[in-house]
Design a protein around this ligand. Sequence first.
Ligand SMILES: [Zn+2]
Length: 154
Amino acid sequence: MLETPHVAVGVAIATKFPNPWIAIPLAFASHFVLDRVPHWNPHLYTETKKTGKPSKKSTTIALIDIGMALILGSAFAYAALPDRGMALLILACSLFSVLSDAVKYPYYYLKIRSKFMVAWVNFERSLQVDTKGVFLGIFTQVVIIIASVWWALN
Ligand SMILES: [Zn+2]
């Protein structure tokens, strides 16, 4: 799944579970649940297998997605001020919601192929549920973003 829906859910968790001992593990765990929701992803793995690295197009999509995720998490953290505890919790939950994917970037972009890295990339891949079409695969993620933002605001 893209990072923006993961962060949207992470933000919602932070706002609904103000105890960091609950919110942070929940945000981390939410990643694995969301990857089971049918979705579309750029094909970083297939491209890396084929040509040694992700394509320019996929990298651009990944960067736009990461940028949107950063803006979303930061905007909610900023809006939580002057409650610095909540602002920090939102940032922490945003980070933990995407940690499972962030761990994989060195595999793709720094060509790190340690045993742990390969095992993690394979584990993550085994979780993914892909949609047949791109449209449906984006649609499910837009719904998750909208629902999470609504949940966080209400
Ligand atoms: Zn993932």
